[in-house]
Design a protein around this ligand. Structure first.
Ligand SMILES: [Zn+2]
Length: 310
């Protein structure tokens, strides 16, 4: 079953009821062959509430949602599908407040739902970017709200954990293949810029950075290392520039500031994943991207308690 829609009303026409959503989900998840979520055995019994495994050593019951991000959710799949579409198609994301209004659900549900969707957008086994002569730009940006603009309660909460105001800011490092994929990584303070660079970018690549001293030595390990001196107003010199990454940062900033009004360090990586996913799938049609995200929903589950844990 291929999802045919180009707009949100068309999506809701296509997924006209919960039955259609479930059939679509089972098709995506199991390719039509229902499989036990506990042991992987095929052809389980259908019970009136879900399925039961035929394997004598297992015999466990499961539903079509067991083990997926939808498990234990009180919201219908139809609402989830609408949310996935909105979250992945808005260039700058969608806030939980906006989503709660659009879908007629509580804001807290919308917030949790969006976080579960973000969890699925995480790159599972990320390989180094670049490769033989591929140009890769790298840069870091600092994001984070000004503590003085926050409510008294929030300010107290943050200053309790981080006594210095600037510490609320989060450093994000970014790597982008020119004409290819991007990656954002929240810098946790334990890894140095050269170590992060080598983790994310293959050394056979052509590296483009600004004149940050941190890249000077590690840059020699790359096929070629070109720099532009932003301090001296040099932004482009032939093929040497970091404009791709600047463009991605500007979109990311507009998402964090414009849509989410600042994000805490704890959740920053999740928002990075969201932004990266949209960037890396920008050539896909809305419905193809939708199916891709629904497929990702099958193996992951994010519990509310994990999400709010310090
Ligand atoms: Zn089983």
């Amino acid at each position: 079953m291929f999802a045919q829609f180009k707009t949100l009303p068309q999506l809701f026409d296509f997924f006209k009821d919960e039955q259609t959503c479930t059939e679509y989900w089972e098709q995506i998840r199991w390719n039509g062959k229902v499989t036990c979520t506990h042991c992987g055995a095929e052809n389980p019994y259908k019970t009136n509430r879900g399925y039961k495994c035929k394997n004598v050593e297992c015999q466990k019951k499961f539903s079509t949602l067991t083990g997926s991000i939808f498990e234990n959710s009180k919201l219908p799949l139809r609402t989830w599908f609408g949310a996935i579409y909105l979250c992945c198609n808005h260039k700058k994301g969608i806030s939980s407040l906006q989503l709660s209004r659009d879908l007629g659900i509580h804001q807290k549900s919308a917030w949790f739902l969006l976080h579960r969707i973000r969890e699925t957008l995480k790159e599972l086994a990320p390989e180094a970017l670049g490769g033989d002569g591929v140009i890769v730009e790298t840069d870091t940006t600092i994001v984070g709200g000004k503590v003085r603009n926050m409510t008294k309660k929030k300010r107290k909460e943050i200053l309790k954990d981080t006594p210095k105001r600037w510490e609320n800011k989060t450093t994000v490092s970014a790597y982008v293949e020119r004409g290819g994929k991007i990656r954002f990584d929240v810098v946790d303070g334990n890894e140095t810029k050269p170590a992060l660079l080598k983790k994310h970018v293959d050394t056979t690549s052509v590296l483009m950075t600004d004149t940050d001293k941190a890249y000077k030595i590690v840059g020699k390990e790359y096929a070629l290392h070109e720099t532009v001196n932003h301090e001296q107003d040099e932004y482009v010199r032939g093929a040497a520039h970091t404009n791709t990454i600047e463009g991605a940062f500007s979109l990311f900033d507009r998402m964090i500031i414009g849509t989410y009004h600042g994000v805490s360090k704890k959740h920053m990586q999740a928002y990075c994943n969201e932004s990266v996913y949209r960037y890396n799938t920008k050539k896909l049609e809305g419905n193809t991207r939708f199916s891709d995200v629904v497929l990702k929903c099958s193996g992951l589950r994010l519990r509310y308690n994990t999400l709010i844990a310090k």
